[in-house]
Design a protein around this ligand. Structure first.
Ligand SMILES: Nc1ncnc2c1ncn2[C@@H]1O[C@H](COP(=O)(O)OP(=O)(O)O)[C@@H](O)[C@H]1O
Ligand SMILES: [Mg+2]
Length: 288
Protein backbone atom coordinates (compact mmCIF):
# COMPACT_ATOMS: atom_id res chain seq x y z
CA UNK A 1 0.00 0.00 0.00
CA UNK A 2 2.74 2.46 0.82
CA UNK A 3 5.65 3.66 -1.22
CA UNK A 4 8.11 6.00 0.44
CA UNK A 5 5.60 6.74 3.17
CA UNK A 6 3.03 8.03 0.75
CA UNK A 7 -0.22 6.63 -0.52
CA UNK A 8 -0.87 6.95 -4.20
CA UNK A 9 -4.31 8.41 -4.80
CA UNK A 10 -6.01 10.37 -7.49
CA UNK A 11 -5.80 14.09 -7.18
CA UNK A 12 -7.92 16.34 -9.37
CA UNK A 13 -6.85 16.57 -12.99
CA UNK A 14 -3.74 18.68 -13.22
CA UNK A 15 -2.87 21.12 -15.98
CA UNK A 16 -1.14 19.84 -19.10
CA UNK A 17 2.44 18.77 -18.59
CA UNK A 18 3.95 21.85 -20.25
CA UNK A 19 1.92 24.11 -18.00
CA UNK A 20 2.89 22.16 -14.93
CA UNK A 21 6.53 22.44 -15.80
CA UNK A 22 6.10 26.18 -16.01
CA UNK A 23 4.12 26.67 -12.84
CA UNK A 24 4.89 23.76 -10.59
CA UNK A 25 2.04 22.18 -8.68
CA UNK A 26 0.37 24.87 -6.66
CA UNK A 27 -2.41 24.95 -4.10
CA UNK A 28 -1.24 22.06 -1.95
CA UNK A 29 0.90 24.23 0.31
CA UNK A 30 3.69 21.68 0.02
CA UNK A 31 5.74 20.14 -2.77
CA UNK A 32 4.38 16.65 -3.32
CA UNK A 33 4.43 14.33 -6.24
CA UNK A 34 0.99 14.37 -7.86
CA UNK A 35 -1.46 11.95 -6.31
CA UNK A 36 0.30 11.45 -3.00
CA UNK A 37 -1.05 11.73 0.50
CA UNK A 38 1.79 12.55 2.86
CA UNK A 39 1.51 9.99 5.64
CA UNK A 40 5.10 10.39 6.83
CA UNK A 41 3.87 10.98 10.40
CA UNK A 42 1.60 7.94 10.37
CA UNK A 43 -1.62 9.96 10.43
CA UNK A 44 -4.25 9.64 7.72
CA UNK A 45 -6.83 12.03 9.20
CA UNK A 46 -6.34 14.94 11.58
CA UNK A 47 -9.06 17.17 13.03
CA UNK A 48 -8.25 19.96 15.46
CA UNK A 49 -10.72 22.24 17.24
CA UNK A 50 -13.35 21.81 14.54
CA UNK A 51 -16.48 23.82 15.16
CA UNK A 52 -19.74 23.80 13.20
CA UNK A 53 -22.70 25.96 14.20
CA UNK A 54 -26.26 25.73 12.92
CA UNK A 55 -28.15 28.89 13.87
CA UNK A 56 -26.01 29.34 16.94
CA UNK A 57 -26.23 25.65 17.97
CA UNK A 58 -22.83 23.98 18.04
CA UNK A 59 -23.16 20.61 16.32
CA UNK A 60 -19.37 20.29 16.57
CA UNK A 61 -17.59 22.04 19.40
CA UNK A 62 -13.79 22.08 19.19
CA UNK A 63 -13.67 18.49 17.98
CA UNK A 64 -10.11 17.14 17.99
CA UNK A 65 -9.35 13.66 16.72
CA UNK A 66 -6.81 11.82 14.62
CA UNK A 67 -6.69 8.48 12.89
CA UNK A 68 -3.56 6.48 12.15
CA UNK A 69 -2.79 5.02 8.76
CA UNK A 70 -4.35 1.56 8.49
CA UNK A 71 -6.48 2.05 11.60
CA UNK A 72 -10.12 0.91 11.86
CA UNK A 73 -11.60 3.46 14.26
CA UNK A 74 -15.04 3.03 15.75
CA UNK A 75 -16.91 6.15 16.82
CA UNK A 76 -19.87 5.85 19.16
CA UNK A 77 -22.04 8.39 20.96
CA UNK A 78 -25.65 9.42 21.55
CA UNK A 79 -27.92 10.74 18.80
CA UNK A 80 -27.14 14.35 18.05
CA UNK A 81 -23.52 14.02 19.21
CA UNK A 82 -22.33 15.34 15.85
CA UNK A 83 -21.04 12.09 14.32
CA UNK A 84 -22.70 12.59 10.93
CA UNK A 85 -21.79 16.30 10.94
CA UNK A 86 -18.15 15.28 11.46
CA UNK A 87 -18.33 13.10 8.34
CA UNK A 88 -20.00 15.98 6.47
CA UNK A 89 -17.03 18.17 7.39
CA UNK A 90 -14.44 15.57 6.36
CA UNK A 91 -16.10 15.06 2.98
CA UNK A 92 -16.56 18.80 2.33
CA UNK A 93 -20.35 18.72 2.48
CA UNK A 94 -20.31 21.10 5.45
CA UNK A 95 -17.77 23.86 5.93
CA UNK A 96 -16.56 24.23 9.51
CA UNK A 97 -16.68 27.64 11.18
CA UNK A 98 -13.22 26.99 12.50
CA UNK A 99 -10.56 24.37 13.06
CA UNK A 100 -8.25 22.20 11.01
CA UNK A 101 -9.14 19.17 8.88
CA UNK A 102 -6.24 17.45 7.15
CA UNK A 103 -5.85 14.31 5.08
CA UNK A 104 -2.31 13.19 5.78
CA UNK A 105 0.11 15.97 6.68
CA UNK A 106 -0.62 18.36 3.90
CA UNK A 107 -4.06 18.16 2.30
CA UNK A 108 -6.27 20.83 3.88
CA UNK A 109 -9.78 19.45 3.35
CA UNK A 110 -11.44 22.71 4.42
CA UNK A 111 -10.10 24.28 1.23
CA UNK A 112 -11.23 21.55 -1.15
CA UNK A 113 -14.63 20.98 -2.77
CA UNK A 114 -16.69 17.84 -2.19
CA UNK A 115 -15.84 16.19 -5.56
CA UNK A 116 -12.15 16.99 -5.19
CA UNK A 117 -12.11 15.47 -1.70
CA UNK A 118 -13.75 12.33 -3.09
CA UNK A 119 -10.98 12.10 -5.68
CA UNK A 120 -8.19 12.51 -3.15
CA UNK A 121 -9.23 9.13 -1.78
CA UNK A 122 -11.99 9.54 0.80
CA UNK A 123 -14.93 7.18 0.24
CA UNK A 124 -18.15 7.59 2.18
CA UNK A 125 -20.85 5.07 2.89
CA UNK A 126 -24.16 6.66 3.83
CA UNK A 127 -26.75 4.98 6.02
CA UNK A 128 -29.00 3.87 3.16
CA UNK A 129 -27.50 1.72 0.41
CA UNK A 130 -27.31 3.51 -2.93
CA UNK A 131 -26.76 0.96 -5.68
CA UNK A 132 -27.95 0.90 -9.30
CA UNK A 133 -30.97 -1.34 -8.68
CA UNK A 134 -31.63 -2.24 -12.31
CA UNK A 135 -28.05 -3.17 -13.13
CA UNK A 136 -26.42 -6.53 -12.39
CA UNK A 137 -24.19 -6.70 -9.35
CA UNK A 138 -20.96 -6.95 -11.36
CA UNK A 139 -21.94 -3.95 -13.47
CA UNK A 140 -22.42 -1.88 -10.32
CA UNK A 141 -18.77 -2.54 -9.53
CA UNK A 142 -17.70 -1.74 -13.08
CA UNK A 143 -19.64 1.54 -13.08
CA UNK A 144 -18.09 2.50 -9.75
CA UNK A 145 -14.64 2.10 -11.24
CA UNK A 146 -15.39 4.13 -14.33
CA UNK A 147 -15.82 7.57 -12.83
CA UNK A 148 -13.74 10.14 -14.62
CA UNK A 149 -10.77 10.66 -12.40
CA UNK A 150 -8.38 12.39 -14.74
CA UNK A 151 -5.11 11.59 -16.38
CA UNK A 152 -3.44 10.02 -13.38
CA UNK A 153 -6.17 7.42 -13.00
CA UNK A 154 -6.10 6.56 -16.70
CA UNK A 155 -2.36 6.24 -16.57
CA UNK A 156 -2.53 3.97 -13.57
CA UNK A 157 -5.43 1.97 -14.96
CA UNK A 158 -3.13 0.85 -17.77
CA UNK A 159 -0.58 -0.37 -15.26
CA UNK A 160 -3.22 -1.92 -13.04
CA UNK A 161 -4.42 -5.48 -13.15
CA UNK A 162 -7.25 -5.93 -15.59
CA UNK A 163 -10.56 -4.42 -14.58
CA UNK A 164 -12.16 -7.85 -14.81
CA UNK A 165 -9.74 -9.28 -12.27
CA UNK A 166 -10.43 -6.46 -9.87
CA UNK A 167 -14.19 -6.93 -10.20
CA UNK A 168 -13.86 -10.65 -9.51
CA UNK A 169 -11.60 -10.07 -6.56
CA UNK A 170 -14.04 -7.54 -5.09
CA UNK A 171 -17.04 -9.82 -5.68
CA UNK A 172 -15.30 -12.49 -3.67
CA UNK A 173 -14.34 -10.06 -0.91
CA UNK A 174 -17.93 -8.85 -0.49
CA UNK A 175 -19.11 -12.43 -0.88
CA UNK A 176 -21.39 -11.78 -3.83
CA UNK A 177 -19.56 -13.95 -6.35
CA UNK A 178 -22.64 -16.18 -6.71
CA UNK A 179 -24.93 -13.18 -7.20
CA UNK A 180 -22.85 -11.37 -9.82
CA UNK A 181 -25.47 -11.51 -12.56
CA UNK A 182 -28.51 -10.71 -10.41
CA UNK A 183 -29.99 -7.21 -10.51
CA UNK A 184 -28.77 -5.27 -7.49
CA UNK A 185 -32.38 -4.45 -6.63
CA UNK A 186 -33.03 -8.14 -5.87
CA UNK A 187 -30.37 -8.32 -3.15
CA UNK A 188 -31.16 -8.37 0.56
CA UNK A 189 -30.44 -5.24 2.59
CA UNK A 190 -27.21 -6.72 3.97
CA UNK A 191 -26.04 -7.75 0.50
CA UNK A 192 -26.77 -4.28 -0.87
CA UNK A 193 -24.72 -2.73 1.91
CA UNK A 194 -21.81 -5.04 1.07
CA UNK A 195 -22.19 -4.21 -2.63
CA UNK A 196 -22.00 -0.50 -1.89
CA UNK A 197 -18.84 -1.05 0.12
CA UNK A 198 -17.48 -3.00 -2.86
CA UNK A 199 -18.31 -0.05 -5.12
CA UNK A 200 -16.37 2.27 -2.81
CA UNK A 201 -13.44 -0.17 -2.85
CA UNK A 202 -13.30 -0.05 -6.65
CA UNK A 203 -12.16 3.56 -6.23
CA UNK A 204 -9.23 2.37 -4.08
CA UNK A 205 -9.88 4.82 -1.24
CA UNK A 206 -7.21 5.72 1.30
CA UNK A 207 -9.88 6.39 3.92
CA UNK A 208 -13.38 4.91 4.14
CA UNK A 209 -16.06 6.60 6.23
CA UNK A 210 -19.02 4.42 7.20
CA UNK A 211 -22.03 5.98 8.93
CA UNK A 212 -24.08 3.37 10.81
CA UNK A 213 -23.48 0.65 8.21
CA UNK A 214 -25.17 -2.04 10.33
CA UNK A 215 -28.42 -0.11 10.79
CA UNK A 216 -31.40 -2.22 9.75
CA UNK A 217 -29.34 -5.39 9.38
CA UNK A 218 -30.13 -8.74 10.94
CA UNK A 219 -27.64 -10.04 13.52
CA UNK A 220 -26.25 -12.42 10.92
CA UNK A 221 -25.81 -9.66 8.33
CA UNK A 222 -24.17 -7.48 10.96
CA UNK A 223 -21.56 -10.12 11.72
CA UNK A 224 -20.93 -10.69 7.99
CA UNK A 225 -20.29 -6.96 7.67
CA UNK A 226 -17.90 -7.00 10.62
CA UNK A 227 -16.04 -9.86 8.96
CA UNK A 228 -15.77 -7.87 5.72
CA UNK A 229 -14.47 -4.73 7.44
CA UNK A 230 -11.97 -6.78 9.41
CA UNK A 231 -10.72 -8.24 6.12
CA UNK A 232 -10.22 -4.72 4.74
CA UNK A 233 -7.69 -3.86 7.43
CA UNK A 234 -4.47 -2.88 5.78
CA UNK A 235 -6.22 -2.08 2.49
CA UNK A 236 -7.47 1.28 3.67
CA UNK A 237 -7.98 3.25 6.87
CA UNK A 238 -11.56 3.30 8.15
CA UNK A 239 -13.81 5.30 10.42
CA UNK A 240 -17.01 3.54 11.42
CA UNK A 241 -19.85 5.26 13.28
CA UNK A 242 -22.09 2.67 14.91
CA UNK A 243 -24.54 2.10 17.75
CA UNK A 244 -24.54 -1.69 17.78
CA UNK A 245 -22.11 -2.53 20.57
CA UNK A 246 -21.59 -6.14 19.49
CA UNK A 247 -20.61 -4.88 16.07
CA UNK A 248 -18.24 -2.33 17.63
CA UNK A 249 -16.74 -5.08 19.78
CA UNK A 250 -16.22 -7.26 16.70
CA UNK A 251 -14.36 -4.42 14.97
CA UNK A 252 -12.35 -2.96 17.83
CA UNK A 253 -11.35 -6.24 19.49
CA UNK A 254 -9.51 -5.94 22.79
CA UNK A 255 -6.97 -3.34 21.71
CA UNK A 256 -8.58 -1.15 19.00
CA UNK A 257 -9.25 2.47 19.87
CA UNK A 258 -12.86 3.61 20.24
CA UNK A 259 -13.85 7.28 20.27
CA UNK A 260 -16.93 8.40 22.20
CA UNK A 261 -18.46 11.65 21.01
CA UNK A 262 -20.98 13.77 22.89
CA UNK A 263 -22.21 17.29 22.33
CA UNK A 264 -19.91 17.88 19.40
CA UNK A 265 -16.61 16.84 20.93
CA UNK A 266 -14.67 13.82 22.11
CA UNK A 267 -15.89 12.63 25.49
CA UNK A 268 -13.53 9.68 25.83
CA UNK A 269 -11.11 7.58 23.82
CA UNK A 270 -9.61 4.19 24.58
CA UNK A 271 -10.28 0.50 24.17
CA UNK A 272 -13.95 -0.50 24.24
CA UNK A 273 -13.50 -1.83 27.79
CA UNK A 274 -11.86 1.40 28.90
CA UNK A 275 -14.56 3.68 27.50
CA UNK A 276 -17.31 1.41 28.84
CA UNK A 277 -15.89 1.91 32.34
CA UNK A 278 -15.49 5.68 31.89
CA UNK A 279 -17.84 7.54 34.28
CA UNK A 280 -18.62 10.33 31.84
CA UNK A 281 -19.48 7.81 29.12
CA UNK A 282 -21.75 5.83 31.41
CA UNK A 283 -23.45 9.06 32.44
CA UNK A 284 -24.05 10.49 28.96
CA UNK A 285 -24.39 7.46 26.74
CA UNK A 286 -24.46 3.96 28.09
CA UNK A 287 -26.72 4.61 31.07
CA UNK A 288 -26.51 2.87 34.42
N1 LIG B 1 -28.16 20.88 8.49
C1 LIG B 1 -28.45 21.03 9.79
N2 LIG B 1 -29.13 22.12 10.22
C2 LIG B 1 -29.40 22.30 11.53
N3 LIG B 1 -29.04 21.44 12.50
C3 LIG B 1 -28.37 20.34 12.13
C4 LIG B 1 -28.03 20.08 10.77
N4 LIG B 1 -27.36 18.89 10.72
C5 LIG B 1 -27.28 18.45 11.99
N5 LIG B 1 -27.89 19.31 12.84
C6 LIG B 1 -27.95 19.18 14.29
O1 LIG B 1 -26.66 18.96 14.77
C7 LIG B 1 -26.64 17.99 15.82
C8 LIG B 1 -25.74 16.86 15.46
O2 LIG B 1 -26.35 16.08 14.46
P1 LIG B 1 -25.66 14.81 13.81
O3 LIG B 1 -24.31 15.17 13.34
O4 LIG B 1 -26.61 14.28 12.81
O5 LIG B 1 -25.55 13.84 15.06
P2 LIG B 1 -25.33 12.25 15.12
O6 LIG B 1 -24.96 11.77 13.76
O7 LIG B 1 -24.25 12.05 16.14
O8 LIG B 1 -26.62 11.67 15.60
C9 LIG B 1 -28.09 17.57 16.03
O9 LIG B 1 -28.63 18.31 17.10
C10 LIG B 1 -28.75 17.96 14.72
O10 LIG B 1 -30.12 18.27 14.93
MG1 LIG C 1 -25.83 10.34 12.45
Amino acid sequence: MTAHNALIVDLPPLPEVSERNMNGITGLGHILAPGEIDISHGTILYLEDVTVSFDGFRALNKLTLSIDVGELRCVIGPNGAGKTTMMDVITGKTRPDGGKVFLGQTLDLTRMSEPVIARTGIGRKFQKPTVFENHPVWENLELAMKTDKGWLASLRARLDRSAQARIEETLELIRLQHDATRAAGELSHGQKQRLEIGMLLMQQPALLLLDEPAAGMTDHETMELAELLNKLRGTCSMMVVEHDMEFVAALSGATGKVTVMAEGSVLAEGTLDEVKRNEAVIESYLGR
